[in-house]
Structure formats: structure tokens, C-alpha cells
Write a protein that binds this ligand. Structure first.
Ligand SMILES: [Zn+2]
Length: 109
């Protein structure tokens, strides 16, 4: 009774949860932060090994992340220089005011 029906696949997009707002989004719209043996760093290639967490490219989510949820997700404590590095990156992100017209809106389906 285990006849396998071909599963209808809606093209599979890897989804990740943003630790800032808990929304689930396609991986490519997220920035991966990873805790490696050398410390916490941003993983732009998605290839670093270590415990990872994802954040949107939204300042709001980073602010929340830096308040503690990111460190919690990575099961670590951010060192000063790591926090500074993340804050510097955060300052380059657009401020997102209540979903109002950011230049490059994410496409919602
Ligand atoms: Zn988010």
C-alpha cells in the first residue's frame, strides 16, 4: 500500500525565517549571519560553516536582531567588534517605514 504518487512540486524555493520578525521568506532575500570558530560574521556567499541565522535586508529586523534575538539564535554573545560590524552594515540598509514604498519592494505572491 505504499504506492508512491509523484508529488506535485511547486518549484521549491528554500525558505528561511528572519530572526527579527519571524517571517519566512525565500533565502535569497535574507542575509545570513553565521557563528564560526573565528566569531560571528556575515555570510554573503552562504557557504560558511557554522551556526547560522537569517535576517531580512530591513533595518527594523536588524535592530531587533541586535537587541538580542540574533545572539540568542546563534547561541552566543556578540562581541563588541561583532556588534559594531553588524551595526555598520545595518546603517547601510534602507529604513523601512511601515512597508511604505521602499525602492525595491519584495514581491509578495
Ligand atoms: Zn525580518
Amino acid at each position: 500500500m505504499t504506492k508512491k504518487k509523484p508529488v506535485k512540486r511547486v518549484k521549491h524555493v528554500p525558505q528561511r525565517t528572519c530572526v527579527g520578525c519571524r517571517e519566512t521568506l525565500p533565502k535569497r532575500t535574507m542575509i545570513r549571519i553565521v557563528r564560526t570558530v573565528e566569531g560571528v560574521q556575515m555570510d554573503m556567499t552562504g557557504k560558511l560553516a557554522g551556526r547560522g541565522a537569517y535576517l531580512h535586508d530591513r533595518r527594523e529586523c536588524w535592530e531587533r536582531g541586535l537587541k538580542g534575538v540574533l545572539a540568542h539564535a546563534l547561541k552566543t554573545t556578540l562581541k563588541n567588534e561583532e556588534r559594531t560590524m553588524l551595526e555598520e552594515f545595518m546603517s547601510t540598509l534602507p529604513q523601512d517605514a511601515e512597508g511604505a514604498g521602499a525602492a525595491d519592494n519584495h514581491v509578495t505572491v
